[in-house]
Design a protein around this ligand. Structure first.
Ligand code: SF4
Length: 231
């Protein structure tokens, strides 16, 4: 299976660092990720939503209420929807958020720490029992603990990239794509503190260059190793 040649990493940095998230976006993201329940809420709000709208919805929610399972589970669904309105899909997300908050408050006594300290596969299985939490959402939390090297987050952009690079075939499962991406990255040749950066740069490539409808292969740093780009 192909692996990312180390010499292409500087090309990724050169091309995609200008598209990196703003300082403010990073601040909001880091604040949300510093607490497991907030991280779940943030990730749930990001489902089928642009990062700009995710930030809008999260900031609006956090400016009105404490983002904790007890507060959110007690709120009226209409109040929640109103707070989420700036990010769109607010009614659906309010319903999901309330269900999630209630389950965490009642079943886990408001705490995710014990669950997250379980071995990786067990923690993933338990997280996926929560309403609205699938593989991707679970791995957003787990990658903060175990790193992308063990819990790579696969979204629609990364699935498309893996498929076009020839790392997986059409119809591959989430876990197949995840394992292919984890094997694609030469982790041991990259300093650990740069792993997250590299994952982010690849995601920016997938979103902005390997676009769904019309991939911009002519300007893609991965063209030399890409099955579709060389075809
Ligand atoms: S060469 Fe084209 S298909 Fe391959 S990763 Fe780049 S943009 Fe996507």
């Amino acid at each position: 299976m192909a692996t990312l040649p180390i010499n292409l990493i500087s090309s990724l940095e050169e091309k995609y660092s200008r598209l990196w998230w703003s300082v403010e976006e990073e601040r909001v993201y880091e604040e949300a990720m510093s607490d497991p329940f907030k991280a779940l809420v943030f990730t749930l709000l990001s489902q089928n939503t642009s990062s700009k709208n995710t930030h809008r919805a999260y900031l609006s929610l956090a400016s009105r209420f404490n983002v904790d399972p007890w507060t959110l589970s007690r709120l009226d669904e209409g109040e929640l929807a109103e707070a989420l309105r700036p990010g769109g899909l607010h009614r659906v997300k309010a319903r999901r958020l309330k269900q999630l908050a209630r389950r965490v408050a009642v079943k886990l006594h408001g705490r995710l720490d014990a669950l997250l300290s379980l071995p990786l596969d067990e923690a993933r299985r338990r997280l996926k029992e929560l309403p609205g939490v699938g593989d991707k959402t679970a791995d957003v939390l787990l990658s903060r603990i175990h790193g992308h090297r063990r819990a790579y987050v696969v979204d629609t952009h990364m699935r498309r990239l893996a498929l076009r690079l020839g790392l997986v075939s059409e119809g591959a499962s989430y876990r197949d794509v995840q394992e292919a991406l984890m094997s694609f990255i030469p982790w041991s040749e990259v300093p650990a503190e740069k792993h997250e950066r590299l994952v982010g740069l690849l995601w920016l490539l997938a979103k902005h260059t390997c676009q769904a409808r019309r991939p911009r292969c002519w300007e893609c740093p991965l063209r030399v190793i890409c099955r579709k780009g060389k075809a």
